[in-house]
Design a binder for this molecule. Structure first.
Ligand SMILES: C[S@@+](CC[C@H](N)C(=O)[O-])C[C@H]1O[C@@H](n2cnc3c(N)ncnc32)[C@H](O)[C@@H]1O
Length: 499
């Protein structure tokens, strides 16, 4: 990637005081620190004065930036537990870190630190935390960063799986687990008896200071798809006084205010640093649906009959799809199936969601072909759905149905194929595109032209047009032969495989 060196008088690295940063990665060109390392450094220094006499245990790689930063502070009692994080080492040295920690004397350290280590080492996290508690002096701190990708995650590497499987399961060849944000916090809280062990950095460090340190809001702000990734547990003194690190859940007012102002407040460089999906999320925010009183419901065209959707679900899982586009979301019924099939999948849903489908749905009741879509509802439930659709419109009701998946569903209220061009222009690269709109050749052609590497699939394989012909089948067959794809189809579902 072509990266540019940027000399800026605006940002200053808190570790080495350099003002030169790489524009794209926001890496400091002085000490080579990345955002999370500078953030960790700021959190540590805001929490405690690292004086000469402090006893510090750093778990991490040799020559780590944090190590240098601490040494630069004049700290003399720094013990570095060097870890080679390559998978081969891990297999040989399963749990050696815990063994090494076990040999150290209790109540020895004022501070235990590590940065993005625990996702790479196959240690038992509970005993690791127990060791840290045992090793800390009263009032000592355990501060670390970890890439928390989920709220809850049970997934850990077993000894038999290889690097390719790690890539598929954890997103990196050298990762051995997914860290659950809440799970990690609970583990720490349980051992340390702390009220909160997750830090929202902007509660303790001035936002302007964060910005000027070249740390984008994505790294420190838990909204906007970013997550707080700094954990801090304090070992209380004998009185076991409850120590609060500040509320993790900022009150709603603060969050709202930050949501509105974040992008104006933080400089242009930082906005540029946001990734493509974050920008799409920012530009297509969810509407306020707090006035919708309708209970979420699942109404998928194709549900209640075997529509062959397992072809798509199997593909999502096998190919480890993390980002897909659905063209034609309707009331979110099919979208829910995709989102439930894999918990790290994000769906960009395209639909104009114009007007209300209330009448259309009500008419399904008496219709021979369509009643299967709604016969899971009582008449009362249907009346309530129809009333809500007429009152709030399709858009709000669709999103109300998808509320549980708010973090992973991005609504694009536009028509295809224009919306596909919009997404391409903004750098989105979906791994899969599911087409379920108005059975037109153009959606398929444009999807392929813009995203030639995406898996293409869709609905309506057995749909008959006004002439009694399989309209979508015809479109897909012509397309497949033109571009040399093999078609797999079952019931209403089709998927294309490259020959
Ligand atoms: C058959 S429904 C989709 C059903 C949905 N996938 C499900 O299984 O529950 C078709 C949807 O396509 C949407 N639609 C129609 N034309 C479109 C276009 N050009 N771009 C995006 N969506 C479109 C309609 O608004 C409608 O919601």
């Amino acid at each position: 990637m072509n990266t540019e060196k940027v000399e800026t008088t605006e940002f200053e690295c808190p570790i080495c005081k350099s003002v030169a940063f790489d524009e794209l990665s926001l890496r400091c060109l002085g000490c080579r620190s990345v955002e999370r390392q500078r953030l960790l450094y700021l959190v540590i220094t805001s929490r405690m004065k690292i004086d000469k006499g402090a006893n510090i245990l750093l778990i991490g790689k040799k020559e780590d930036i944090i190590e240098k930063a601490i040494r630069k502070n004049g700290c003399e009692n720094l013990m570095v537990m060097d870890i080679d994080c390559s998978i081969k080492q891990i297999e040989d040295k399963y749990n050696t870190i815990n063994d090494s920690l076990g040999k150290l004397e209790e109540c020895s350290f004022d501070l235990i630190i590590h940065s993005h280590i625990i996702q790479k080492v196959a240690i038992d996290l509970n005993s690791f935390i127990k060791h840290s508690f045992r090793l800390l002096k009263p009032d000592g701190l355990h501060i670390f960063t970890a890439p928390a990708r989920e709220m809850h995650a049970e997934l850990e590497k077993s000894e038999t799986i290889n690097e390719d499987q790690c890539l598929k399961l954890f997103g990196h060849r050298d990762h051995v687990r997914i860290i659950g944000l809440n799970d990690m916090e609970s583990k720490l809280k349980a051992q340390f008896n702390n009220k909160s062990c997750l830090i929202e950095p902007y509660h303790e460090i001035d936002r302007e200071k964060l910005r000027l340190s070249g740390i984008s809001n994505k790294t420190w702000f838990s909204g906007n798809g970013g997550r707080p990734k700094v954990f801090c547990a304090k070992k209380h003194n004998k009185l076991r006084k409850i120590y609060s690190t500040g509320s993790v859940n900022a009150d709603k007012y603060t969050l709202k205010r930050i949501n509105m102002n974040t992008y104006n407040y933080f400089g242009r460089e930082i906005i540029q640093h946001m990734n493509a999906l974050d920008k799409i999320k920012r530009d297509n925010p969810w509407p306020d649906i707090s006035d919708v009183k309708q209970a979420p419901f699942v109404l998928a065209l194709g549900l209640g009959q075997d529509a062959g959707r397992h072809l798509i679900i199997n593909k999502i899982r096998e190919a480890d799809i993390k980002l897909m586009i659905e063209i034609g979301v309707f009331l979110g019924g099919s979208t829910i199936q995709w989102l439930e099939s894999k918990n790290n999948l994000q769906v960009i849903g395209i639909d104009p969601w114009s007007d209300s489908w209330g009448g259309y749905i009500y008419n399904m009741i008496g219709c021979h072909n369509m009643s299967t879509h709604v016969n899971q509802f009582s008449i009362e439930e249907l009346k309530s759905i129809v009333k809500s659709l007429d009152r709030h419109g399709n858009y709000k009701i669709a999103l109300n149905n998808l509320l549980r998946y708010k973090e992973r569903f991005i609504p694009i209220r536009q028509y295809s194929p224009r919306s596909l061009v919009y997404l391409k222009k903004h750098g989105i690269e979906p791994q899969l595109i599911y087409i379920d709109a108005f059975k037109r050749k153009i959606d398929l052609e444009v999807a392929y032209a813009l995203f030639p590497n995406s898996v293409l699939c869709g609905d309506d394989w057995q749909w008959k047009d006004a002439n009694g012909e399989f309209g979508m089948q015809k479109i897909v067959k012509v397309f497949a032969s033109k571009y040399n794809f093999e078609i797999e189809a079952e019931r209403q579902t089709w998927i294309l495989h490259r020959r």
